[in-house]
Ligand binder design. Sequence first.
Ligand code: ADP
Ligand code: MG
Length: 316
Amino acid sequence: MRDTTLAELERRVAERRDGPAYGDGAMIVCDRLVRVFSADGVEVQALQGLDLLVREGELMALVGASGSGKSTLMNILAGLDVPTAGAARVAGCDLLTMDARARLRYRREVVGFVWQQTARNLLPYLTAAQNVALPMQLRGRAGRAGRAGRAGRVRELLSMLDVAECRDRRPHQMSGGQQQRVAIAVALANAPSVLLADEPTGELDSATGEQVFAAFRRANEELGTTVVIVTHDRAVAGEVRRSVAIRDGRTSSEVLRRTELDAQGREAMVAREYATLDRAGRLQLPAEYTEALGMEHRVLLELEPDHIAVRPDDAP
Ligand code: ADP
Ligand code: MG
């Protein structure tokens, strides 16, 4: 470790240790999250020490191959499942230690969710307006102005999401895209801090998927709700500022997008891919990189003033 004395390294480590705790101030904090399922004596490690931070007001996507652990993570964040180990906090609520009562309140008031299957989101015998009013009634408080206040909020949400015309229709009288937008209104009914969606456009064609995604964006921009969307849809993943990839139950990389002015002064979207550095210091090197330099088993690390060099093993 050229140019860096042990004392200097120790000083830097101490500086980090005395700083704020991991995830302080974040809306969603997953810290080395583990979920193991046991079925018929076989253990499946769906989450293997997953780290994730989401800021308040963010709109972000989670991507990853089938079986990588996305739904497992969403079920935990939704308060429907409990992790085996690690820590998870949403809006200050500790998802491991909540009792049944706190969990119920959490699911009704702190998070809203939209699932892929449109049929899972809405009650078939209620109209759109009744579906949206239901979570407010279940919450059991009269709210600002009781029934009138509720009706007003139902109207506001349906028109914000462009489904005002569906007010008195039951789910079977709506298109798939309309059902999902009404589902977003239901999820937003109690003004949750976080809106979670697990492949919400998975059953829709791409044009309809775009409209549903636009509804999520509107919820994020107009209400300030933090939104996390699991998606296979490249178009959706390409429209958010941050998409995090999950691989084998861990976050592996993320893409950040921002608009920049090009040489001609035109706005252009610039995307940059980052590798995830987990809490244990683990980093996954892309196979194209390691293969190009013939790296396997062991590499040399060197700490430089502003970067870390990874070199092929030179041991004889
Ligand atoms: P994704 O949503 O990314 O497709 P999942 O979170 O559904 O992935 O699944 C991750 C892994 O955990 C898979 O191997 C899946 O078979 C397993 N798994 C998920 N839920 C259960 C469960 N309830 N019991 C046993 N295994 C499960
Ligand atoms: Mg899934």
